[in-house]
Design a protein. Structure first.
Length: 391
């Protein structure tokens, strides 16, 4: 029996957080009172400046709500709106359950491998015309995407925005992986459809601060009534985000120089590992789209179906269980959690099972002028490299 520490877990975030974090110091100051339910002004100003610098978006602190994680704001926004909720497939495991908890009609749109798992304007327009019955419509949009690692180009966002504007769809744009977009600079759909986009993000992924539980939503002025309703709902549920954490996060976001360096190195490490995993999988015939952001991909193991069926394995869940029991590799089945069919042999591969501190320090030592090679991945991300090559 393999111990839990030997499993190729392929899950969770790992890098040392930006070295400007002063979390411990904040507790040495008496930030013990309740803050505003929308968050302290210092942090909201820092968030606005951060997105101005990195995304070219102009927002004010008054348009921002801070909460104990963006998941809370996703749910509360769905809760306060009487709308049909459009959920792409594949997608993150939380969106559909939240929609159901909010008592909303959910419309699932299935994207295709041939489109690199992206939502296309044609699929979106057809679904709205044929399935939406409520005058109010909300699209859940994750970019870069979990679980596929797909992101969108300027042209793709422009074309999607035309359909969204045509049908007056409100977009809940989950951009929690935005700073990890390593193929190109991250593009927010808010840049193309500002009046209808609620941008949601946080520091859980790019800054490895998932345990801090701080996220935020940025509302366009056209949706001020929705923002007001969410603010009220927040005051009646979570009250406020931990004050010491808010001050610490504000310090992180205000140090652009440290953030620039940190983001550069985590992006190139993730790109190197993503490329390594993609090449290993496709070299043995596995269908896969190379990720362009985040730290996931959604390979399809259809190529081994005949061998699986000889062992009475017919679903992705059964395949994942067999992989875990026999090879100590953990991946998540595409269905039902990520809304893929059980018979489809897709899995979510999370490629961050390695010592992030070691990899980050070595990337800094190598310097920005030299690329990270396969040898870098095998030496400094060795557990991940071993896991993807398990026979």
């Amino acid at each position: 029996m393999v111990s839990i520490v030997d499993y190729y877990r392929i899950h969770n975030c790992f890098f040392d957080s930006p070295n400007t974090c002063t979390f411990k110091n904040q507790f040495q100051i008496n930030y013990n009172w309740l803050s505003l339910s929308i968050g302290i002004e210092q942090l909201r100003n820092a968030i606005a400046s951060f997105h101005k610098r990195y995304d070219g978006l102009d927002f004010s602190a008054d348009q921002i709500i801070v909460a104990p994680g963006s998941k809370e704001l996703l749910f509360l926004t769905m809760l306060v709106m009487d709308a049909d909720i459009i959920v792409p497939s594949p997608t993150w495991t939380t969106y559909l359950p939240q929609s159901k908890l909010a008592g909303r009609k959910s419309i699932i749109l299935s994207s295709r491998f041939e489109d690199e798992w992206r939502l296309t304007p044609e699929i979106l327009d057809k679904a709205i015309n044929e399935q939406c019955t409520n005058a109010n419509k909300v699209l859940i949009f994750c970019n870069p995407d979990n679980p596929t690692g797909t992101s969108y180009t300027e042209q793709q966002l422009t074309e999607l925005s035309k359909v969204l504007r045509k049908h007056s769809v409100i977009v809940l744009s989950d951009e929690i992986y935005g700073r990890t977009n390593y193929k190109n600079a991250h593009l927010s759909i808010a840049k193309f459809y500002k009046e209808g986009t609620i941008l949601m993000s946080g520091l859980s992924k790019w800054a490895s601060l998932g345990g801090w539980r701080v996220g935020y939503a940025i509302y366009p002025k056209e949706l001020a009534e929705v923002q007001s309703a969410v603010r009220s709902a927040g005051s009646h549920t979570y009250s406020c985000t931990s004050a010491p954490i808010q001050y610490a996060v504000a310090d992180v976001l205000q140090n652009f120089e440290a953030c620039d360096t940190y983001i550069y190195h985590i992006k190139r490490i993730l790109e190197a590992v993503s490329k390594y995993c993609y090449e290993q999988l496709t070299s043995v015939g596995v269908k896969c789209i190379q990720s362009t952001g985040g730290f996931y991909m959604l390979p399809d193991f259809e190529v081994i179906r005949p061998g699986l069926e000889k062992n009475n394995i017919t679903t992705c869940q059964e395949m994942c269980e067999d992989l875990f029991q026999k090879r100590s590799v953990v991946v998540m089945a595409g269905g039902p959690a990520f809304l893929r069919p059980l018979k489809e042999l897709t899995v979510r591969l999370c490629y961050i099972d390695f010592d992030g501190t070691l990899a980050l320090n070595e990337s800094i030592n190598i310097g920005p002028d030299k690329p990270l090679t396969r040898e870098f991945v095998e030496q400094f991300c060795s557990h991940q490299a071993e896991g993807i090559k398990v026979p």
